[in-house]
Ligand binder design. Structure first.
Ligand code: ADP
Ligand code: MG
Length: 292
């Protein structure tokens, strides 16, 4: 490709709301064979909502348990925290939580009235020696329908299950079908649990899932694919995607995501639309097709 044709490729991309950092980004994008997608906020809407509360307490009412969970989540910026706070009746101040802590990739904890409260995934409960056996079947059912089960434990006892759903973006399945037809290997990368991730991947038409990844493990997952000889693009939106965007042969940031993701990425999609990934790769391929 001549410098002129690369400049015109970058220009055509810009007309479609695709910002390409430099000629090298376009060049690299024409060499890709593997596309890795973050789940939350990239394949999904990224606006999770509480859809069910299963009360295991035998005494407290649902509203009280939800307020306890919301009180704890006030210290968290995780999208799941927003879903829980939005669903709770926060009229009247929420109780104050002491000794708040986040457990990376697992959840949050704190103390209320001298009692330990835990809120998070099964890994958090196992780590804190809370027995989840009696609720396992219900937890599995939630995950199998693509929801994320969030577990609430009070004083060492599993007390409630919160079902939280983050639906696929409306265009995800169609855009991924086009990418698959073009011959790309499609991969989902997420910190969410395997059962939930696989259910969402099935809906989206992705057959390879890397799940249960701790926040600092996303870049390492990209390295592993590269060591298999793959040319990898990472498509993500979150702060925790930035290291993986930097590690990938091409980092593609979804517009509307975090500033850090956008600063790190070689390509930024101004449209919040996965069809823009197809457009970006098509322009890269067309521009570099005649390369010697
Ligand atoms: P992701 O953004 O892909 O969900 P994270 O590493 O942020 O990855 O979180 C992994 C998992 O840890 C979540 O799916 C959830 O089960 C649990 N978790 C993390 N933070 C919270 C929180 N504030 N409240 C409840 N659960 C949480
Ligand atoms: Mg995300």
């Amino acid at each position: 490709a001549t410098p002129m044709s690369i400049i015109s490729g970058v220009g055509r991309a810009a007309e479609l709301g695709i910002l390409v950092r430099d000629a090298d980004a376009l060049q690299q994008a024409s060499q890709l064979n593997t596309l890795v997608f973050d789940k939350t906020g990239t394949l999904t809407e990224g606006k999770p909502r509480l859809t069910q509360l299963v009360n295991l307490s035998g005494q407290s009412d649902d509203a009280r348990l939800l307020r306890l969970a919301a009180a704890l989540e006030q210290g968290s910026r995780h999208p799941l925290a927003h879903a829980i706070i939005a669903a709770a009746d926060v009229q009247g101040a929420l109780p104050a939580v002491r000794r708040f802590r986040t457990h990376a990739g697992k959840g949050v904890s704190g103390e209320l009235d001298g009692q330990l409260i835990l809120l998070g995934n099964a890994a958090l409960m196992v780590e804190q020696q809370v027995d989840i056996g009696p609720a396992q079947a219900e937890i599995d059912r939630m995950a199998q329908r693509g929801a994320t089960p969030v577990l609430l434990a009070l004083a060492g006892k599993l007390t409630a299950l919160l079902e939280i759903r983050d639906p696929l973006r409306e265009e995800s399945t169609a855009a991924l079908a086009r990418l698959r037809e073009l011959g790309y290997q499609l991969v989902m990368l997420t910190g969410d649990n395997r059962a939930t991730a696989e259910a969402i991947a099935r809906q989206a038409g992705i057959d390879e899932v890397i799940a249960d990844v701790l926040p600092d493990g996303k870049a390492a997952a990209i390295v592993q694919l590269q060591q298999q000889g793959k040319k990898v693009a990472m498509i993500g939106d979150g702060i925790n995607d930035a290291p993986a965007l930097a590690q990938a042969d091409v980092g593609i940031a979804m517009g509307g995501g975090s500033d850090i993701a956008i600063e790190t990425a070689a390509i930024t999609l101004m449209r919040q639309d996965l069809h823009a990934v197809v457009d970006a790769l098509a322009i890269a391929n067309a521009t570099l097709r005649n390369m010697k």
